[in-house]
Design a protein around this ligand. Sequence first.
Ligand code: PMV
Length: 326
Amino acid sequence: MNEKRAVVRAHANIALAKYWGKADIARNLPAVPSLSLTLENMRTTTEVWFSSELAADELVLGGKPQLGKPLARAAKLLSEVRALAGVDTFARVRSHNDFPTASGLASSASGFAALALAAVRALDLPVPVERVSALSRAASASAARSVFGGFVELGASAESAARVAPPEHWPLCMLVAVTSEVAKDTGSTDGMQHTASTSPYYPAWVADAPRLFTEVKAAVLAKDFARLAPAAEQSALAMHASMLAASPALIYFRPATLAVIEAVRAARRSGVAACFTIDAGPHVKVLVEPQHVAAMKRALSDVEGVLRVLESTPGPDAAQIAEFPE
Ligand code: PMV
């Protein structure tokens, strides 16, 4: 029998125009358009091995065997790929993130993009990259964007993501001020449903998000930082405002989150081209022009509650690699 195995590396992405809320829950279609930057230094490596010796799908994340929800989500994606290929063999999946998992650091994005591409490659399925993006999106909408490198968009109700510009288009740097190592207690799917069903500000978020997306996209294409910064920050804060108005409130901010926002605003007043964005977690991602990286990094490291600062340039497409690193 052929060895039905593939190893893929996919990179996390951070949205500059945020996705929050679903147009179709069953199909996992986003309610609003989003635009992200894929990151070189935040990576998931995943091996998928299909074998007739297995009696069920297996998932090992960071060396730890997974059961329950994480395994069920992976198995669902694997079943969709199996259906496309017309096979019924189970798979063993090994996956490793080189950054903290499930704390708003986009691990589901790179994780499901890596899993979808590895499963498709392992079974030698001749499907276009858009199909891989759609498979990833069904598991986690932000994962649709991690299939592509550089600047990537996912339209409202879109099946798959599309590239806006390649990584070399604009050599910005993303600094991630890590404020916690613990997993968050409300995942994004539950958080979105809770916001949509209880927050009076959710309709306002959905109504205004396309305008912010258009503004972010135009600024990215024009490489206009002064235009990008206010739109990206408003997108993140409007998304969080909708969560803060949910009942009970969904608060991902910690004291250090606000302290980092203050540090970015202070840096900007002193002439540093930097802006922040925040996902469903307490960390703050700071986009900065290359000449200001060292100063911004020092300022972030000095903020009380910042545990460490990760640094990344724009990253590439998800791609197959030879071996799973042991
Ligand atoms: O793809 P999900 O379900 O993990 O949702 C991601 C949502 C945010 O990270 C908060 C925003 C985004 O566009 O990535």
